[in-house]
Design a protein around this ligand. Structure first.
Ligand code: SAH
Length: 273
C-alpha cells in the first residue's frame, strides 16, 4: 500500500475566505422532536424475501415529497442558496438509503448509521459541502470525484448537480449496498468504484470538484493532482484537535485554501476491506 502523502501546504495559517456558516463554528444536531410529522408516523413494509432492496416505507411514499420540501426549507433557512443544490436535496429520496428501522428519521438533520461503523452525513452538511463544491456554478458543474460512497446518497445528490460523478468506497459491503440503493434510480452519470480513494481515480479526471466524506490528517497529493485548474476540493481534515472543512481552489497561480467550520466525519482510511 502506498504511504499517505502529505499535503503540500500548511493548514493552520489560512483564514476562511468563504462566508462563515450561519450556525457558527460547530454545526449543531437538530434537537429531537423537531422532525415534524414523520416522527413515529412512518411505517415500513418488510422487503419481500430474497429481495435485498430498498424498504418501501408506507406514509413516506406519496407524501415524502412534502417532507423533503420541509427539509429543503430548513436547509435554505440555514443559509444554503444554490437552487440546483436545493432542488437536488428535494428530489433525492433519502429514506431509500437508510435501513428500514430508520426511515422515520431520514429527513431529520442528523447523521444515521449505514452499517460497518459508517454513517450517512446530515442533510445540512451534504448540502453545505456540495454548495461549496459548486462554487457558484449556475448550471451543472463538470466531473466530480467523491471519496466515500457509503450508502450512495451523496452520490445521488451529486448526480443532479454535476455532469459525471465518480464515487469510490473502500468497504466492499458498502460499495455493494450503494449499488443496490442506486440501481432503481437509474443514474447514468454515476460511476461507483471499489478501491482506496486516497489514490483518487485518475481515469475520470481532471475533476471540476473533489469531495470527501471521510477526514484524514492530510490531503492525499493524488487529489490535488487530479483536480482541474479552476477546480475546487472540499474535505474534512484533522485540525486544531478536531476536524474542520477544508476548501482548496486550484488556480493557474497555485493552490488557495480556506479552513471553515468544525465538522465530524468518519476517518479516512487507507486500503480496502
Ligand atoms: N457519502 C456517504 C457518506 C459515507 S461515510 C453517504 O452519502 O452515505 C464515509 C465513507 O468513506 C465510509 O463509507 C468509509 O468507508 C469511506 N472511506 C473512508 N476512507 C476511504 C478511502 N480511503 N477510500 C474510499 N472510501 C473511504
Amino acid at each position: 500500500m502506498k504511504e499517505r502523502p502529505s499535503f503540500p501546504a500548511r493548514l493552520d495559517t489560512t483564514l476562511a475566505k468563504n462566508r462563515p456558516h450561519p450556525s457558527g463554528t460547530v454545526m449543531p444536531l437538530a434537537p429531537r422532536g423537531q422532525a415534524g410529522p414523520l416522527t413515529g408516523a412512518a411505517k415500513t413494509v418488510a422487503p419481500k424475501s430474497g429481495v435485498s432492496s430498498v424498504p418501501v416505507p408506507q406514509g413516506l411514499g406519496m407524501d415524502s415529497l412534502a417532507v423533503r420540501q420541509r427539509m429543503v426549507q430548513k436547509l435554505a433557512g440555514q443559509g444554503v442558496t444554490d437552487p440546483l443544490v436545493l432542488s437536488a436535496m428535494g428530489s433525492i429520496e433519502r429514506h431509500r438509503f437508510v435501513d428500514s428501522g430508520l426511515v422515520n428519521q431520514a429527513y431529520e438533520d442528523t447523521s444515521l448509521p449505514i452499517g460497518l461503523g459508517q454513517t450517512i452525513s446530515k442533510p445540512g452538511v451534504v448540502s453545505r459541502m456540495i454548495e461549496l463544491l459548486r462554487n457558484g456554478a449556475t448550471g451543472p458543474m463538470g466531473r466530480v470525484l467523491e471519496i466515500g460512497t457509503g450508502c450512495g446518497y451523496q452520490a445521488a445528490v451529486l448526480s443532479r448537480v454535476a455532469t459525471e460523478v465518480y464515487s469510490i468506497e473502500r468497504l466492499k459491503g458498502l460499495h455493494d449496498k450503494a449499488r443496490d440503493n442506486l440501481r432503481p434510480l437509474r443514474l447514468p452519470n454515476v460511476h461507483l468504484l471499489f478501491g482506496d480513494g486516497m489514490a483518487g481515480y485518475p481515469k475520470g479526471g481532471p475533476y471540476a470538484g473533489i469531495i470527501s466524506a471521510a477526514g484524514g490528517d492530510a490531503l492525499p497529493q493524488a487529489w490535488i493532482d487530479q483536480l482541474a485548474v479552476g477546480g475546487r476540493l472540499v474535505a474534512p481534515v484533522v485540525h486544531a484537535g478536531g476536524q474542520a472543512l477544508l476548501v482548496v481552489d486550484k488556480t493557474a497561480q497555485g493552490l488557495r485554501q480556506s479552513i471553515l467550520e468544525a465538522v465530524h466525519f468518519v476517518p479516512l482510511k487507507s486500503g480496502v476491506a
